[in-house]
Design a protein around this ligand. Structure first.
Ligand SMILES: Nc1ncnc2c1ncn2[C@@H]1O[C@H](COP(=O)(O)OP(=O)(O)OP(=O)(O)O)[C@@H](O)[C@H]1O
Ligand SMILES: [Mg+2]
Length: 270
């Protein structure tokens, strides 16, 4: 038996978790990708989801986004939700602003598109076609398309993975600014442990179809990798992920840091 409950924005109060999953199962043939998963996300909470490649992160996100069903269990999500994926998924024949309001039936749609594109720093690219946008710009259009729907839950599936390091840092700042302003609950899938610690209130780890580990990140914001406590949380998280960390003395030098990062990638790609 499965049930999916879509909660109207007006019914969401501080006391009602916008996301509540109980004993959720999703299987493909004999493969149980999600296997009795329980998860609550509080209003306005920023949660990062880590897990090995093939552990079911995208499957979970697709179910939350309403793009896929579940086989059994209970799933409650806000009706107003939006998803952004690793690739921006824009219609190549539509201008940026038209991509933003694709499928949205509201009065003053163009005004809403302009506002959303302005918020992501693309007021000057309203009329651009996707092929003329950089990777970071295209991803910001995808983000604007999510925002314009005023989501109570924003689902992000490795949205920064294909971007260069500098663009990724800018996107981190942008996403935090937008999250603070609009206060949706966020579920961000990432393979990047540092990204998870920089952005999230809580990091959860998916393994064997369930939330296997979780860690609350209580570092003050704005965060950076050099701040006090960051490396301890990083080491703790890597341990939860089953990745060997280096001796603290060795971590101080750059070569060692690189080695740690490649261990994370090895974990991430199974
Ligand atoms: N529509 C489908 N039909 C059959 N199998 C599927 C389908 N969608 C996903 N799977 C399988 O479910 C498992 C989990 O896939 P999923 O895409 O959720 O993993 P993931 O954690 O997002 O991995 P990655 O980190 O590589 O993106 C994989 O073994 C995948 O092959
Ligand atoms: Mg995936």
């Amino acid at each position: 038996m499965s049930s999916i409950d879509l909660v109207e924005a007006s019914k969401l109060t501080d006391a009602v978790a916008p996301v509540q999953l109980r004993n959720v199962v999703r299987q493909f043939g004999q493969q149980r990708v999600i296997d009795g998963l329980d998860l609550d996300i509080a209003p306005g909470e920023f949660v990062a989801l880590l897990g090995a490649s093939g552990s079911g992160k995208t499957t979970l996100l697709r179910s939350l986004a309403g793009l896929d069903s579940i086989d059994s269990g209970q799933l409650r999500v806000p009706k107003a939700r939006a998803a952004v994926f690793q690739e921006p998924r824009l219609m190549p024949w539509k201008r940026a602003w038209k991509n933003v309001i694709l499928g949205l039936r509201v009065p003053n749609a163009k005004t809403r598109a302009v506002e959303a594109l302005t918020e992501v720093g693309l007021a000057h690219r309203l009329e651009a076609y996707p092929a003329t946008l950089s990777g970071g710009e295209a991803q910001r259009v995808a983000l604007a398309r999510g925002l314009v729907r005023e989501p109570k839950l924003l689902l992000l599936d490795e949205p920064f993975a294909a971007l260069d390091a500098l663009t990724r840092i800018r996107m981190h700042r942008l996403i935090i600014d937008l999250w603070r302003k609009h206060t949706p609950a966020v579920l961000l899938v990432t393979h990047d442990v540092d990204e998870a610690i920089l952005l999230a209130d809580r990091v959860i780890v998916l393994a064997n179809g369930k939330i296997a580990e979780q860690l609350t990140i209580d570092l003050p914001r704005a965060r950076d990798t050099g701040q006090e406590g960051f490396q301890q949380i990083r080491a703790c998280l890597l341990k939860l992920l089953g990745v060997e960390t280096l001796e603290p003395a060795a971590q101080a030098n750059g070569t060692a840091r690189q080695a740690t990062a490649s261990s994370v990638r090895r974990f991430a790609h199974g």
